[in-house]
Write a protein that binds this ligand. Sequence first.
Ligand SMILES: Nc1nc2c(c(=O)[nH]1)N[C@H]1C(S)=C(S)[C@@H](COP(=O)(O)O)O[C@H]1N2
Ligand SMILES: [Mo]
Length: 420
Amino acid sequence: MKPSVERLIAEHVALSRRYFLSLGAAGVAALKTLSLQAEDSIEEPALREAIEKLEPWLTPLADFRDVSRGKPIPHSLSDEKKAEVGMTRDTWKLEVLKDPEKPARVRNEFKKSDNTAFDFAALMKLAEKHAVRFPKVMTCLNIGCPLGMGIWEGVPLRELIWLAQPTEDLRRVFYYGYHNEEPSQMFRSSMPVGRILEDPFDLPPVILCYKLNGQWLSSERGGPVRIVVPEAYGFKSIKWLSHLFLSNLHSANDTYAGGNNDVDSPLKSFAATLSHPSTVKPGQPIAVTGYAQAGISSVSKVQVFIHNNEAPLVSGDKYFSEAPWVDAKILPPPVSWGGDLPEDRLPPGTLGFDAAGQPKTWPLRLSKVHWAILLPGLPAGKYTLRSRTIDEKGHAQPMPRPFRKSGHAAIEQVSIEVKA
Ligand SMILES: Nc1nc2c(c(=O)[nH]1)N[C@H]1C(S)=C(S)[C@@H](COP(=O)(O)O)O[C@H]1N2
Ligand SMILES: [Mo]
């Protein structure tokens, strides 16, 4: 058995006992009828198996989901072509320019035309002094499930901004990446300059990212260099970065604004299942595992609510806030982080972790966390299982920001049938 499973199971013993006790008399009865001591419940093969099969905390590099645009998709170009257009570490060039339409006042531009464009060697020079690493889940605003969980490494973008020596009239920075020299394929994003220059509320900085999970950023993930905005949805984290503009614009000019997206919305918290039985026998305990995305307000609890489809629901209670939710167990930090980290070790100094490589808080904000629960057996019938997060401010999903175009937070529901 994997060592991490031992730890998860040890934690689970406590969980099961607390869960059954929390059900009061009914729970004690359930324990007896199922002759399921809390300690035995972790030997329940279904739960043991489900926890053993959980995905690693960090996503293996080959398992990141790809939502790249472009025809052809830039990362599918030949190596020769990539070298020609600056998509390799040796050939990468970043132009840092005044916005031609609404220019900020800037002393230094970095341009290809006069051979001053910023290159990878210059980035590595900055990295010697300023490199940072932090965990972040990459999530598309428009896709329910995260694309991958990584440790992203880079140089704070402000270091580059200061090299340009802006003096006045700088309100926003916008940027785009290589897009086949085809204006219609350009994918642009932007940030208020204040967020780049200073990190509010202990957020990691906005970075020029060149490594993921301890390895050079691949072309698939936007290498050699992409922007990563810690608290934002994926569309702010532009891949194959090639151009950066210092602007006096006061509002967002993101490509994503065109799709009715709320482009100022930080990551939300939500829960989802990873495994559950689709059918179980009457009285057979139900093992469920899942993950939660810890958004800007993190996660204090994950809860589940299993409901017989024949039974009434409180009418008008569209977020099921009156329902008998029960707490699932948020699983502890894993023994192995996964994600193809060299030697399975977190890069030293990763933000959010102490010198011994242990997380300072758990869950970690802007990351994933896993959860599990063994529900007591139920009578025959068709059921709906729902899961939700409660954030650190006490908001239950999908609150406090329920609108779809500001990111996914709808309450997940899955079907489970109990039959002989
Ligand atoms: N150059 C470029 N950068 C881009 C995009 C793009 O189409 N082109 N898509 C964005 C969107 S919408 C998302 S969700 C993330 C996805 O990052 P990933 O492909 O590394 O998972 O990349 C962002 N960066
Ligand atoms: Mo996206």
